[in-house]
Design a protein. Sequence first.
Length: 157
Amino acid sequence: MTEDSRETDVSALLLRLGLGVVFAVHGFGKLDIGPLANGAGVSGVTGFFTQLGIPLPGIMAWIVTLVEVVGGLLLLLGVFTRVASLLLAVDMAVATVLVHLPNGFGVGDGGVEFTLVLFLGVLALVFLGPGRYSLEVVVLGRELVPSLGEETLGRSV
């Protein structure tokens, strides 16, 4: 293992752990569990989505909640990292555009600052993958969902 690959693997691990905790805690909060529980649960998310004009707000509230809970847990474990990251990136792109963009940049004003960082972090994991310090690589010896790199596309590197 070269120094560069070790640094890349540690970077992937740190990104997965940090982002995984944030998404899992936010998702569990939508289920009214944990430090972000507010008593409203998924019905509160449904009401908020209704105010935003999101189609099928009840279904979408459950989808977003499950993407955040399951996606966050998958990032923590390092399993299906690229798929979970892609779904979380879509989640954050929509949140950034529909909810936070009208409020400017600063997180204190409800702006894009926080969701933009989350979006870029999970987008980085889509390209980076889980790294070798992930459950799927440690147990199976490989990534379950590899990147669409040069080899996958049938080109030599």
